[in-house]
Ligand binder design. Structure first.
Ligand SMILES: [Zn+2]
Ligand SMILES: [Zn+2]
Length: 101
């Protein structure tokens, strides 16, 4: 199991800082005050990189939603079938009765 590796992450401001994932947000808030500013990943606020590296990261971010993935192979949008409107006309209502006689 690599659970232990998963539980720790590296501070984006200093690779020598090993921080528990549960505390990375707090750590970043403190660390960013002492470091030159980094660009923040639009998909995860704890992903921070220099401006020059952010574009590459955005293409490969593990938290990038699939919907916006622009290189998804075979990505094809399925169009829902249009509703047959006549099924909803009142004439087909089984409770409709004529009270004229
Ligand atoms: Zn740090
Ligand atoms: Zn990211």
């Amino acid at each position: 199991m690599e659970y232990d590796l998963e539980a720790w992450t590296t501070c984006p401001y200093d690779s020598a800082h090993r921080v528990p994932r549960s505390r990375i947000q707090n750590h970043i808030v403190k660390c960013q005050k002492k470091r030159p500013p980094l660009s923040i990943c639009p998909y995860n606020a704890t992903h921070r990189f220099p401006e020059s590296e952010m574009k590459a990261h955005c293409q490969n971010c593990p938290q990038k939603p699939l919907e916006v993935a622009d290189n998804r192979p075979g990505g094809q949008i399925t169009v829902p079938k249009p509703i047959l409107q006549r099924e909803y006309l009142p004439e087909t209502d089984p409770n409709h009765e004529c009270w004229d006689d």
